[in-house]
Design a binder for this molecule. Structure first.
Ligand SMILES: [Zn+2]
Length: 323
């Protein structure tokens, strides 16, 4: 057992309290490798933003769980070296079983998500409650989920959205003891969030559901998954250099800004980072076909990802200058 405090990490409790009070959201960026981690930490240090480093089950498999632990410890030391120690949470994204959550807690995670949203309500309550009871012994915070997002992300996929039923949230929070709750109000996982024709806007988020949830659990931290914006200029860049990402669409930054100003205190962004990295690497390969030094495509890709994160923290989440 390695406790997260030994790695210099924090859980999400105090960060969420401050975010709800200050009407901003903590960014949660997924990472799988060194370059993503460097971009996330350097951008969050530059903007003085707290951050949630998010690891999916797929990322654990890809990067190796032991290496991830050292990368997270490295992230803490790296932020100090850059001159400003920011609070860093290491969070499991979409934990699917009690065992996965337990194993992450043993490996130094400070926060876990248990996603029982696909289960019947009572089973979701039971599984989430079991994880919360275990996690709280180690002062690890837990995110639960009610409602299902459409789309595909790593091993999580669903064809249809089922919106969160606000009448369930109070009971769920009370019975499970979760520290935060992911809800489904029309955001979606992956690159193709909405089926839209060129020039059409994706459907707006269901702020009425969000407001009703807020009314029933005032001040309780709410989480939005699948909140990438899929900027059209980056999609165009990918397609220009040989990609095939037609009809990719995301959630507008205006709507995310509005959500961040409410009880939403954690916003997950994964796809936008993937787009940025892909666009840069494709461009380098086409522009300089003789290039074979990975530093010369991972490097510029990392720099662009950093710029994107700086802009998100400053202009969308409002998390800049909060750490
Ligand atoms: Zn998600």
């Amino acid at each position: 057992m390695l406790h997260y405090k030994e790695l210099g990490l924090v859980n999400s409790r105090e960060l969420f309290k401050a975010a709800v009070k200050g009407a901003y959201a903590i960014p949660a960026f997924n990472f799988n490798n060194l370059e993503q981690m460097q971009a996330i930490i350097s951008a969050c240090v530059e903007t003085k933003s707290p951050v949630i480093l998010q690891v999916s089950k797929g990322a654990r498999k890809y990067a190796n769980q032991t290496l991830l632990q050292y990368l997270a410890k490295g992230a803490v030391e790296y932020s100090k070296e850059l001159g400003h120690a920011i609070p860093i949470v290491l969070h499991l994204d979409h934990g699917d079983t009690f065992e996965t959550c337990k194993s992450c807690i043993e490996m130094g995670f400070s926060s876990v998500m248990i996603d029982g949203s696909h289960l019947p309500y009572d089973e979701n309550v039971k599984l989430t409650r079991q994880v919360v009871e275990h996690a709280h012994k180690f002062d690890v915070t837990v995110e639960g989920e009610l409602g299902v997002l459409a789309g595909i992300e790593d091993e999580v996929s669903s064809e249809h959205t089922s919106y969160t039923r606000p009448e369930e949230v109070e009971d769920f929070v009370k019975k499970t003891g979760v520290d935060s709750l992911a809800i489904s109000i029309g955001t979606s996982h992956g690159a193709f969030k909405f089926k839209v024709k060129p020039g059409e806007l994706p459907p707006p988020l269901r702020f009425d559901i969000l407001e009703e949830c807020e009314r029933r659990i005032p001040g309780f931290p709410i989480v939005l998954h699948g909140a990438s914006s899929v900027p059209q200029d980056i999609v165009d860049e990918i397609n220009k250099y040989g990609g095939e990402m037609e009809n990719a669409a995301g959630v507008s930054e205006d709507q995310l800004r509005r959500a961040a100003g409410s009880a939403v205190c954690k916003i997950n962004i994964d796809s936008d980072g993937r787009f940025v990295l892909t666009a840069v690497i494709r461009k380098v390969f086409v522009a300089t076909p003789g290039e074979f030094d990975p530093r010369n495509y991972f490097g510029p890709a990392r720099d662009e990802l950093k710029k994107m994160i700086v802009a998100k923290n400053r202009n969308v989440l409002g998390s800049a200058d909060r750490a």
